[in-house]
Unconditional design. Structure first.
Length: 266
């Protein structure tokens, strides 16, 4: 999301300001009941449900019987605001490990994952670099760095992912031949990487075809899960980086199925 979740903007109407505050509350807690929101915001049940209907329409949250969640399912990916606030230590560890694979002068492709986003904070001392991405928060960060040639990959904008996708983005990716791809997914089984949305898969698959070396960054919370769409076998990635909270038997299982797994210390 490009808008803040602090609810301080004077330009927002009272309902819009409350919806922003509710969104931040749900993102912070992951899942809450409608009654929790009634108590927290001092409004009626009807008002809460009306606000949640609007937030669901925007793709910020998903309603279920008796409550609301920002967490992913096998069919729905989480809003970017939620993803930015989860597994932060693990993502930082993955980024530190991945940083050692990058040398000055390389061309790097980043997908719209918050795991790949964490890498950008480590770019400053390994420039010059050419970096391509379809993730708006990454574009914003990269635009502030010196000695970075930034390729902003456009396409169909998704507010819930704060990124560009669809066929136009996939076609832009296919015109590239980067040295390295750093990407992530929402779910990983012992053999495959998955994502909930076909439009996202379309772009990630184009990235896999384009890059010379492909690196999957995945925190332990995404393992032993599946989602609606298969992205690729794990053997399509040159390296799968997991954090050290990943149980040893899961690491062994991934390796037994042919994946090249490296464990990033926290």
């Amino acid at each position: 999301m490009t808008s803040d979740l602090d609810g301080d903007s004077p330009e927002l109407s009272r309902p819009a300001r409350r919806q922003t505050e509710i969104a931040a509350y749900v993102v912070k807690h992951g899942s809450v009941s409608a009654n929790d929101l009634v108590e927290a915001f001092g409004v009626s049940v009807m008002t809460v449900h009306r606000d949640l209907d609007e937030l669901e329409r925007q793709g910020v949250v998903r309603k279920y019987r008796g409550g609301v969640t920002a967490q992913p399912t096998s069919v729905f990916e989480s809003n970017v605001a939620y993803r930015l606030n989860t597994a932060q230590a693990e993502k930082a560890a993955l980024a530190r490990h991945a940083r050692a694979m990058i040398e000055p002068g390389m061309s790097v492709l980043l997908d719209d994952s918050t795991s790949a986003l964490a890498l950008i904070d480590l770019f400053e001392d390994i420039t010059p670099l050419t970096v391509a991405t379809n993730f708006l928060p990454a574009i914003g960060k990269l635009s502030q760095l010196r000695d970075i040639t930034l390729l902003a990959l456009g396409g169909i904008y998704s507010p819930s992912h704060d990124s560009f996708g669809g066929l136009p983005c996939a076609q832009a990716v296919e015109a590239l031949n980067p040295d390295l791809l750093f990407c992530s997914v929402s779910a990983v089984s012992p053999t495959h990487a998955f994502h909930q949305e076909q439009e996202i898969v379309l772009v990630k698959q184009a990235m896999l075809r384009a890059a010379r070396t492909k690196v999957l960054l995945v925190d332990h919370g995404k393992l032993q899960r599946t989602a609606l769409h298969r992205l690729a076998p794990l053997t399509d990635f040159d390296v799968v980086v997991v954090d050290e909270k990943t149980p040893a038997d899961l690491v062994d299982g991934l390796r037994d199925h042919g994946a090249h797994v490296e464990v990033a210390p926290l």
